[in-house]
Design a protein around this ligand. Structure first.
Ligand code: KIV
Length: 265
């Protein structure tokens, strides 16, 4: 796999080549992903749940993210490395700059991800103006689980869909270079993916996004939680973790995952 950059991902989108992304939290799994052709690795704050055993992502600290990003960076060779900015670490643009600086300088991240729409436009603008690539995250935003009243599909009514659509366009216009759309109707995700020039990566957002992301532990079936509808266990029919990750990459590229049973209306 050649070295992956934000320019590579833009080119993949233009050429209609689907982008397979997975979360990783350590060097060993990252090496498996490199060997299996995963072009984008996300150190998700989902580590709060799958590594730390927390109820949500809210307790995750910046120091946790820096530690795991550094571990992943040691296992990485060619993949683009994205790190999540944890809850309450980007409440102001200045705080976001400090957090992103730590994730990139101490952790070795190439891009940071943050949740939110209109309220984050100034922050995304400041980050990108300072040379920090930003991946935005809309739809179900796990850091807002208490405000949203649970882990629910977002954008089902016309007004909510309009807000997500407008937020996506606004985030792109202030410099976001990628967008994760989580748990939104497949039709809405397809429209947004078409409207944006930047890659849109879906999770529970149907097959028509420019790529897909899953939490590694979910797609390996290692989770004490109820498996969400949008997840497929790729280890169930594989001989090894590497085979499972390869099967995921192939399924995303060939658009056999996600299937209709993994999406929402
Ligand atoms: O934290 C995470 O792992 C994420 C992905 C599920 C997109 O944000």
């Amino acid at each position: 796999m050649p070295h992956v950059t934000t320019a590579t991902l833009m080119q993949m989108k233009r050429q209609g080549e689907k982008i397979a992304m997975l979360t990783s939290y350590d060097a060993s799994f990252t090496q498996v992903m490199e060997a299996s052709g995963v072009p984008v690795v996300l150190v998700g704050d989902s580590l709060g749940m799958v590594i730390q055993g927390q109820e949500s992502t809210l307790p995750v600290e910046v120091s946790d993210m820096v530690y795991h990003t550094r571990c992943v960076a040691r296992g990485r060779r060619d993949a683009l490395l994205i790190a999540d900015m944890p809850f309450m670490s980007y409440s102001t643009a200045n705080q976001a700059l400090a957090t992103a600086g730590r994730l990139m300088k101490d952790g070795g991240a190439h891009m940071v991800k943050l949740e939110g729409g209109a309220s984050q436009l100034e922050t995304v603008h400041q980050l990108t103006a300072n040379g920090i690539p930003v991946c935005a995250h809309l739809g179900l935003m796990p850091q807002s689980v208490h405000r949203l009243g649970g882990y629910r599909v977002q954008g089902r009514d016309e007004e909510a869909a309009r807000v997500i659509r407008e937020d996506a366009l606004a985030l792109e216009s202030v410099g976001a270079q990628m967008l994760v759309l989580e748990c939104v109707p497949s039709q809405l995700a397809a429209e947004i993916s078409q409207a944006l020039a930047i890659p849109v990566i879906g999770i529970g957002a149907g097959p028509d996004c420019d790529g897909q992301v899953l939490v590694l532990y979910d797609m390996l079936g290692i989770t004490p939680r109820k498996i969400p509808r949008f997840v497929k266990n790729f280890l169930a029919q594989a001989d090894s973790v590497e085979d499972a990750v390869r099967a995921y990459v192939t399924a995303v590229k060939e658009v056999t995952f996600p299937g209709p049973e993994h999406g929402f209306k």
